[in-house]
Design a protein around this ligand. Structure first.
Ligand code: T3D
Length: 264
């Protein structure tokens, strides 16, 4: 696929930084941006030199969700098949992020609405600028929260808060989102990118396989019984224990030095 300006992509120190880049539309998703973002996460899956991903947005917004200009009913014709666009674009993106066995840090630099908010909640560690707001905007236009929102909101917040956010579309400020456990933390606007970048760089220098297996285990807990989870921990620990990074971690501890993980 040709390079697209709608998602800026840069690899440094093992961190693939993906920046949503339609700032005049608050980084709303059109098909081109979907395909470019998907290509970025596919690269993160395939490229061994990528050991963490940092997702953020250009301009004053993180993402306003679906580009509604592409859904203008005044243009006439049959109603769009939104199930098709969910199946074709949003669901594969959520699955790519969840199945990537490398840490995904999200830096929410401004408003995150609709699918934009729920994609931020899909990432592994989400930081937000104190000025950012999260809006389940779907209720304002007669839609249902997507991109995993109806799955993650009740799990992270419980039904009462999930329903209130989804049914009212009231904005939630970053500080409250952090206090409620929806994101990792709210930070000063001026330091967001530095903090998120430093975190992603630290994770990229970590034991990639162990971190990836940890992500898999925590995600599996949502549907596993304790017995199933204990078995899974046994199996994953067996796998992690055979990694070069585990040997390096223990050796470095015994030699009282910093480990140099290779991500293997
Ligand atoms: O369709 C499918 O495939 C199904 C999938 C759906 C997934 C979804 O995400 S549905 C939800 C779609 N998103 C929304 O409903 C949010 C719409 N936007 C807003 O409510 C507001 O823009 C915000 C609350 C996010 C921010 O408000 P504010 O006042 O800070 O900014 P603004 O002035 O409204 O927006 C700035 C510009 O961005 C403006 O353009 P202009 O007038 O300067 O030329 C605005 O039209 C544009 N913009 C913002 N959101 C979208 C958008 N353009 C297209 N689509 C948008 N979603």
């Amino acid at each position: 696929m040709p390079e697209s300006e709608t998602v800026l992509s840069a690899l440094a120190d093992g961190v693939l930084r993906l920046t949503l880049n339609r700032p005049d539309k608050l980084n709303a998703f059109n098909e081109e941006m979907h395909l470019a973002l998907r290509a970025g996460f596919e690269r993160a899956h395939e490229d061994r030199s990528v050991r963490a991903v940092l997702l953020t947005g250009a301009g004053r917004g993180f993402s306003a969700g679906q580009d509604l200009g592409d859904r203008d009913p005044r243009k006439g014709g049959a109603a769009p098949d939104l199930g098709h666009t969910i199946e074709t674009f949003y669901n594969p993106l959520v699955r790519l992020i969840r199945s990537l066995e490398k840490p995904v840090v999200c830096a929410v630099n401004g408003v995150a609405a609709g699918a934009g908010a729920n994609i931020a909640f899909t990432c592994d560690i989400t930081l937000a600028a104190r000025s950012a707001r999260f809006i389940q905007a779907f209720a304002k236009i007669g839609l249902v929260p997507d991109s995993g929102g109806t799955w993650s909101l009740p799990r992270l917040l419980g039904e009462a808060r999930a329903k209130a956010l989804a049914l009212t579309a009231e904005p939630l400020d970053a500080e409250t989102a952090a206090n409620w456990g929806l994101i990792w933390k709210a930070v000063d606007d001026a330091t967001l990118l530095d903090e998120a970048g430093a975190l992603a760089t630290r994770l990229a220098a970590g034991p990639t396989m162990g971190l990836g297996l940890t992500k898999r285990a925590i995600q599996a807990a949502a549907t596993n019984s304790l017995d199933q989870q204990l078995d899974l921990e046994r199996d994953l620990q067996r796998q992690a224990g055979r990694s070069g990074d585990y040997a390096e971690g223990v050796t470095a501890f015994l030699e009282k030095r910093k480990p140099e993980f290779k991500g293997q």
